[in-house]
Design a protein around this ligand. Structure first.
Ligand SMILES: *[C@@H]1O[C@H](CO)[C@@H](O)[C@H](O)[C@H]1NC(C)=O
Ligand SMILES: *[C@@H]1O[C@H](CO)[C@@H](O)[C@H](O)[C@H]1NC(C)=O
Length: 468
């Protein structure tokens, strides 16, 4: 009380100018402090931006309605496919090479014989249509998606969830996980939205240059808004991982949680240190024993494998239209190009098997259905162009861009994923990891290969976030 009194006396003892200076500096100091606190608390986001990707000039108004859609086929489409298959020219594989030189053509002939004689596209089209499909126009493109609601049950919380596929996959990757997600999990069930990335399958391809993961992210945010969802969960691997991450960076207030089955770290001092010290004193650099097992020897497990497996990426990121022309005309070439990835990315050791281990995890019906989605829509070239657009030196979307992700994040680390990313590395970008699990088996196409493991991991993550 006494101190306050002295302060008051001193203040009233000052002349008018001195008073003004004092009050002025107090206000300024307070302002700076408030700004600093605000800046620390403020969540960094990436700008939403805008775009229009249709052909020609942007029209004055666009149709925002949502239309039901059905996958269709015709006898003519199937006749044309068979004619082309029958005209394929094969090259004999080298002796004892398994899948080391790419898709073994002896085994390829087996796959093609199944495709030609047993695979029934009309039946698979009926399978595709068992879930409701829709299209709606966003930024000048017809965007395709399936929208599956869980059956109505008493006392059930319905949670919206978007699943985003990658390359060389499609929305069909999710056909086995869908029924698991719409089940009731102790009071929670998902309402699932699976869009096709523009230029993939039934979503129209951009007519203009520059359509990258940021554009796809913005379009999918608009889609969720149009469907009436103000808050939702996201899940993805491959391109789906980038797109859903960017969605979380653009509108964190809409994303209740982000679940990824492929995720990468940014390079930096922390990563470098754990590579040097990790093999000897992993605990010092935040690596667990399982991290060490999956990371080292680093050159062999991560660098060489990446070099051996990323040739396709270089081609697609530079001259997609050149390589794509042949693939879009020859169904067997397209199947070899796409299915080789389902062999190696499921398990690198599959390269040493005569049949690429393709049917260990997948049925030919499922694999060929995915190929047919690319074939019948003629979307291989536009799917490849997405690499070029994402690897362009667009300064707004560099892989090492620094905007962190603040939304609750669940990470599922599958052992046969192309590169392992320890939790301590992921934390550099994903600042709010609620769940990080080493999955017992599975590779790059997690939802397609191990639907149950992915579904269970998503459910436990969402329950954690919802405090269910
Ligand atoms: C290619 O596949 C065939 C059929 O599966 C197999 O018999 C053959 O050994 C494979 N060729 C090589 C070189 O591995
Ligand atoms: C979009 O997400 C990807 C994948 O995480 C990331 O590499 C990229 O930097 C993100 N874009 C921006 C602008 O942060």
């Amino acid at each position: 009380m006494r101190a306050l009194h002295v302060l008051k006396e001193t203040f009233f003892g000052l002349d008018a100018v001195q008073k003004q200076v004092l009050i002025g500096s107090a206000v300024a100091a307070g302002g700076v402090l408030a700004y600093l606190v605000h800046k620390r608390r403020q969540i960094q986001t990436i700008p939403l931006g805008e775009g229009w990707w249709g052909a020609g000039e942007k029209p004055l108004s666009e149709d925002y309605k949502i239309y039901p859609f059905k996958v269709q086929t015709s006898d003519e489409e199937i006749r044309d496919l068979y004619e082309r298959i029958d005209k394929t020219r094969y090259t004999d594989p080298l002796e004892d090479c398994g899948f080391q030189y790419g898709f073994n053509s002896t085994y390829l002939k087996k796959v093609v014989s199944y495709w030609r004689n047993e695979f029934d596209w009309k039946k698979q089209v009926a399978v595709l249509n068992k879930y409701p499909h829709f299209k709606t126009r966003i930024e000048g493109l017809d965007i395709h998606f399936i929208h599956v609601r869980p059956p109505h049950r008493e006392n059930q919380k319905v949670v919206p969830l978007m699943l985003v596929h990658g390359w060389p996959g499609s929305f069909y990757e999710f056909y086995r996980i869908l029924p698991l997600l719409t089940q009731n999990h102790g009071g929670i069930a998902f309402e699932v939205i699976c869009p096709s990335i523009p230029g993939y399958g039934f979503s129209e391809a951009s007519h203009k240059q520059g359509f990258d993961s940021l554009a796809a992210a913005r379009i999918f945010l608009t889609l969720m808004e149009r469907l009436g969802f103000s808050q939702f969960y996201l899940q993805g691997g491959d391109w789906g991982s980038l797109i859903t991450t960017n969605m979380s960076q653009m509108k964190p207030q809409c994303v209740k949680g982000l679940h990824l089955n492929m995720f990468m770290s940014t390079r930096g001092f922390k990563v470098l240190m754990s590579l040097i010290i990790g093999p000897y004193l992993p605990f010092l650099v935040g690596l667990s024993r399982e991290d060490v097992r999956r990371l080292f020897p680093y050159m062999e497990k991560n660098i060489w494998n990446m070099l051996k497996e990323s040739g396709y990426m270089h081609i697609q990121a530079t001259k997609p239209d050149t390589a794509g022309c042949g693939l879009n005309s020859c169904p067997v070439g397209l199947a070899a190009y796409l299915l080789e990835k389902f062999s190696t990315w499921t398990d690198m050791k599959n390269r040493d098997l005569p049949d690429g281990g393709l049917e260990r995890k997948f049925s030919l019906d499922d694999l060929l259905t995915n190929v047919m989605i690319y074939w019948t829509t003629g979307s291989i070239v536009s799917s490849m162009r997405f690499y070029k657009e994402n690897f362009r030196s667009n300064p707004d979307n560099r892989v090492d861009a620094k905007t962190p992700i603040y939304v609750p994040t669940g990470l599922a680390a599958f052992p046969a994923e192309l590169m392992h990313c320890p939790k301590s590395w992921a934390q550099i970008r994903y600042r709010n990891i609620c769940s990080y699990n080493f999955m017992p088996r599975g590779g790059h196409f997690a939802a397609f290969e191990e639907p149950e493991l992915v579904a269970n991991d998503v459910v436990q993550f969402v329950k954690k976030v919802e405090k269910f």
